[in-house]
Design a protein around this ligand. Structure first.
Ligand SMILES: [Zn+2]
Ligand SMILES: [Zn+2]
Length: 180
């Protein structure tokens, strides 16, 4: 048996503290408006459950969003795109549970500029690289045209199934990345 008392950090890895072998558990504390890391994404090889312990978290998907209050939970199947953000005026606390523990197949709902396949694999080699599993193309973006930062976050657009690309630094929003 292992026990673990996470400290008050904004992100605590319970799986690390407990030494879990088959399940990943992270606890996040989100300020009002703050999102879970990563933006809209999915794991093709991992099921995810989020348990809201405090506050309210709104989960965006490519279909209907889900508003999850304290004491409630939501489950995403492998392949289902999702992201969550604090939807209330007070801090939210959420437990993110993923199994199996490791995930090798992360996808973001962006279309490949070469073959139009939707679902690119983000990789990081000093800067963001988006690999297309369909045509094996590797794409870099020019980053944010407003503040020139290289990161981007995919978010749900106004209409069902639509996505937008958001700069995590300045909040500038556009329909698609500017491919380098
Ligand atoms: Zn492609
Ligand atoms: Zn920016």
């Amino acid at each position: 048996m292992e026990t673990f008392s996470p400290d008050d950090a904004d992100r605590a890895s319970l799986s690390e503290g407990l030494g879990t072998t088959d399940v990943a558990i992270n606890r996040y504390r989100l300020a009002p408006g703050e999102g879970l890391p990563g933006g809209l994404h999915t794991h093709l090889d991992q099921e995810e459950v989020f348990v809201v312990l405090d506050g309210t978290v709104r989960f965006e998907t490519l279909a209907e969003p889900a508003v999850v209050d304290a004491g409630e939970a939501v489950r995403f199947a492998p392949g289902e795109y999702q992201t969550g953000a604090n939807d209330g005026d007070s801090p939210a606390v959420v437990l993110a549970i993923g199994a199996p523990k490791g995930s090798e197949a992360v996808r973001v709902p962006l279309a490949c500029p070469d073959c139009d396949h939707r679902g690119l694999a983000p990789e990081w080699d000093g800067e963001l690289l988006l690999a297309c599993p369909q045509c094996a193309g590797e794409h870099r973006t020019r980053g944010c045209p407003e503040c020139e930062r290289g990161e981007l976050k995919v978010a749900a657009g106004e209409n069902e199934g639509e996505t937008v690309v958001v700069c995590p630094d300045c909040g500038a929003e556009r329909a698609t990345p500017q491919w380098a």
